[in-house]
Structures are given as structure tokens and as C-alpha cells.
Ligand binder design. Sequence first.
Ligand code: EPZ
Length: 426
Amino acid sequence: MDKFVIRGGTPLNGTIRVSGAKNSALPCMAAAILTEEPVILENIPQVRDIETERKLLASMGAEVELGYGRAQHRTTLCCRNLAKSEASYELVKTMRASTLVLGPLVARTGSARVSMPGGCAIGARPIDMHLKGLELLGAKITVEHGYVEATADRLRGAEIVFDKITVTGTEDLMMAAVLAEGLTVMENCAREPEVVDLANLLTKMGAKITGAGTSTLRIQGVEQLHGAKHRIIPDRIEAGTFIVAGAVAGGNLIVEDCEPAHLGALLRKLREAGVEVSAAGDTVEISSGGQLKAADMSTEEYPGFPTDMQAQYMALATQAEGASVITENIFENRFMHVSELVRMGADIKIEGRRAIVRGKTPLSGAPVLASDLRASASLVIAALVADGETIIDRVYHMDRGYENIEEKLRGVGAQIRRVGDLIPKR
Ligand code: EPZ
């Protein structure tokens, strides 16, 4: 398993470019199921989860070309001949977002058999709201042998109110509703930019959707959708990760090809913590200002502070003077990075959903273990400012959602390299 070896102490200077948003590309690729015609998506990030989704769609009979040539980062998907409507456990267990094919499969083919996603490092993450919404749209749902089976001759528009805000739940049911008969009104929807990006693609395909980005979505079903071409929005979490890395490591970093409008809560919190950060056009500039200062933070659904930036912010809090109280409101177990940061010298105490971080503590390099995508990012940030060498194992977690992160960071001065298994596989 690949590892990262990072030597801390070097500031980050220069320009780093952001890739397309993984969490928009995944639902947008699933949306291709809704039409027989080709769908072309540009600015696709070259990350493992995209390859997993390609395999999943191809396993159903979809033709999926994926190119990452210099001018490309593009995929062309054609689901004209869907041989089967099934997402196997083998694939779903590696990526929960596979459940995003559920709604489009039922809408397009009238049936779907999708493995229930297993547990996940950051929490139970059930899909009960996806299933309840599909039932309200008229699907017959059975769950047995670890699989969800959903069937419907044709889905019918309905009133859906989410008990909790769910990003992929909103996306899954939006894709189900676009081909349903009649009007669907969904309340308490997720407002994330990725939901809006998906709605924009569906609209280009002929769907009739209003309210994307607000809590209420109204979807007038249509008979069929056609192909479209769409450019995926920049990845706001990748951008946020680099912005926090620049704030912690010091130096003068420019993060390019991002969308500052999607980073409001993060930028406000960083300014509160004493970070000198400015935004213009598609760039954010961080200059190593004075001392970082403690600032409490609570994760909330968009437009609040994103849970996917909580671990990265915690790494920054270890370098801020004072006590920062970090509250994780979205997932029940998203503090796995804490024990590893403590091993590097951080002073962090967990009390239920809260972590109290006391800084500024000097960090020292150590061998650490990545546990999930964003926890890994937190460890990279900590390693950039730690004294000595840090070895991060299981970086495949990072490869799921960060495109060539070590090359991008090395390009702005970080001392980071990837090493394969030191002992060749037998
Ligand atoms: C999406 O996951 C993202 N993934 C996650 O990013 C992100 O952390 C999360 O939204 C929250 O912003 C993708 O978009 C592919 P939720 P999702 O449904 O949709 C509970 C990353 O790092 N819930 O919004 O699965 C759930 O347990 C990943 O890129 C139910 O109870 O998250 C959680 O507590 C990690 N029942 C809360 O809602 C349901 O049916 C929010 O989850 C669905 C969700």
C-alpha cells in the first residue's frame, strides 16, 4: 500500500490548481442512466471514485469513455443499452455513492437492484430517506440478502419532506423525479453546490426543475431526456484543503480554478482565526500573516461550515493560540484523525460530538495511519508543519478524492513523496 513521506517546515509558495468536484461528477455520471443519448462531462477529476463509478456503469452495459489527456479530464457516457439494473456489493462496498444509481435506474428501466451500502468509517450512513422517497414516488421496495430491490412501472410525482438534510438523498430522488408522471415537490432539500450542478445538467438534458440550491425543489416530470454536455464545478473541498494547508504551512499560496462563492463559511472562519485570505475571480490567495488564533467551529449543512473540512480545520486549530471547540453535527464518528494528530503532539480532548483543541502545540513527525478521505488530508496538513518526517500509510483513502495531491503540493514547495510497498508484493 502506498505511503506518503512528508518532511515538515517548508512554507507553500506559488499557484496550485483545483480539479473538478468528485461529489458533483459522481451524481452527474449517474444521471447519464436517464437517457439513451450520450452525456459528455468535462473537468472530471482523475480520482479513484470516478474509476469505481465508471466500472459500475460499465457493469450495467453503459459505454463509458474516460480520458485524462491534457485537454481532457472528460468522460462520455452512453446508456443506450443497459443490460442490467444492478449495483453489486463488490462495487458498492468500495464506494457508498454507488447508491446514486438507484433513483435513475428505477426512473429509466422500472427496476433496480442495489447492494445496501455497508457501514463506513465516519458513521452508519443509512439510506432510509432515499428508500422512503422512492416509495412515495410509487416504487415497490424490498430489502433482502443485503440488497435493495426497487420496481415501478412508472414513478408518479409526490410530496417529499426529508426528515434530515441529505445530499445524495436529494440528488438520488431528484433524478428519480425528473421522469416521473406529474409534479414532485421536495422540502428540506440539501443546498450544496453539487446539488445545483446536478440540477443544471439535468435541465440541459430536458428536465424541468426549479429551486435548486434552496430547500424546496419542484420537479415537473417529462417523458424522456436527451443527451447534453456539461462542465463539472471546481472541487470546493479540495480547494479548502489547499487553503488550510497554505494557512498552516505559511508562505504565499494562490489556489486557482476554484469557486470562492462556494467557500464562504470556510473563508469567514479562517479570517476569524487570523488567516490573511483574499478571493478574486476563480482564485483565493493566502498569505502567511501573523499568529493564528483559536476560533470555535460547528459543522453544518451548506451554506454552513462543511463537515468535509472539519478534519483539515482541526489540524489548523492545533497551531492556533488558545482553545478551539470543534463540533461535528453531521456524522457521529468523524474524529478518527484526532488520535493520529495527538500522536504528532496535538492537545485534543473529545467530548461526544465536540473536540477541544488547545494550541499552539509544536507537532513532530511520526508514522500515522489514514482512516478516511478527509482525515488523511488533515494528517498531510499537520505533517507539513511538523518537525521532522511523517509517514502516512494507506494513502489510497486520499486517492479516492484528491487528484495527484503529492504532485500538486510538491509544485508549491512541499517536501512530500509517495513510496510504494517497500517489500515487493509476492
Ligand atoms: C455526501 O454524503 C458527500 N458524499 C459526503 O462527502 C459529505 O460528507 C456528506 O454529503 C455531507 O455533506 C457525496 O456527495 C458523494 P448525507 P451523503 O446523506 O449524501 C444521515 C467526502 O468526503 N442520513 O448528506 O452520504 C447520514 O447518516 C464524502 O467526499 C440518514 O440518516 O451524506 C448523515 O448523518 C464523505 N439517512 C446525515 O444524514 C439517509 O437516508 C447527512 O448525510 C441519508 C443520510
